[in-house]
Design a protein around this ligand. Sequence first.
Ligand code: COA
Length: 424
Amino acid sequence: METAKLTLRGKEYDLPVSEGTEGEVSIDIAALRSKSGAITMDPGYGNTGSCSSAITFIDGEQGILRYRGYAIEELAEKSTFIEVAYLLIYGQLPNTTELSSFKDTVTRHSLIHEDLRKMIEMYPSSAHPMGVLSAMISSLTAFYPAENYNSNVETNIARLIAKIQTISAFFYKRSVGQPRVYPRNDLSYTGNLLNMMFSVPSENYHVSAILEDALDKLLILHADHEQNCSTSTVRMVGSSHANIFATMSAGIDALWGPLHGGANQEVITMLEHIRDDGQDYKKYMELAKNKNSGFKLMGFGHRVYKNFDPRAKILKAAADRVLNTLGIQDPLLDIAQNLERIALEDSYFVERKLYPNVDFYSGIIYKAMGIPISMFTVMFAIGRLPGWIAQWKELTSESNLRIYRPRQVYTGENVRPYIPIEQR
Ligand code: COA
């Protein structure tokens, strides 16, 4: 067995080395503490492998993203979101029977219990939909049996994929003060979501094939991204054997943050701000480069991609196509393209390898579809759900699963006597 040698305080330790199927090398330090008393330190886990996984491969230097070995570019062009969900969760592309049975099951679970609907209607209409979504997904535990992490797994997976759309659309309708629209079994997955969000009783709403297709692509591009913040959260919570609904709810909370899934919302806010401020690109470039300004170029930079984000490339072309086909002229698209061009010519961004990420153009497409900014991260969550489920399934089927529990280096006070309050 190949090993790496570590010398620490005059003693040498042999650490096992392993290699993944794409040549990624790792040094196993799991036994280091018991042998040497030392832990490894990696704040933010930037260079720490927390698991082995056969689901998603990313090569950040070369801008490669593959689900189960299939290139994201090919899946975005040829597949559908439901097929990709099956691929991620079950490991292989489905045959015709498997796909239609999976679609059927997901479709049949799209209704939510009427008491859940009443719960959604109790939230203030101004509530952020991500908070409502997280709470409602966790609340599924109260309605659908999931006593243990491994009970009713297949049914609960279908329930989650189906009901996340219904919950999201019901709350969207509540937020705009319109009557809810119940799911329809004759529509596609994304067609159903668009119908629940945008049809109104007074109009004969037809789901646009362009929007259906564009949304399907967006969901495919968001479906998994290996061990990012929300997926690691899912694995962390899942490792305690929490049930599937509670675990997915935790993923939604992690995704909500502006440095993660919340960035798509921040991008549009930033672009609007730049538009209203006279499109002074130079000013915003300088602000982005000044660490004390508190301003970042949202939708730029990535922990893993240091060349380009392949999803951003697909979405840039898709944004152009969707806006053209719909005949929409959105100045924000021009501002985004100008900002990208200027940033990629600026040494600050070039040296730090900062490129547009998935969030830079996705918001412009959502906006063209009529999806409000506050719902952007909800769309991301709907897309990411199959990835979280696949990672959770992989984790919980490990025969030697250990609860996730990192270590720390303590930097606080040494032991000291308690001081009674009157002497402080
Ligand atoms: N605008 C301006 N500067 C940025 C930047 C941005 N969007 N993203 C990173 N940088 C700078 C950092 O200040 C740092 O500069 P330094 O080396 O001089 O200190 C350098 O680039 C490296 O960035 P760092 O924050 O260490 O990278 P990270 O891997 O910790 O963070 C992100 C990655 C995604 C959190 C970060 O790039 C970011 O906050 N981007 C904006 C939010 C966003 O779009 N998130 C969605 C991700 S899909």
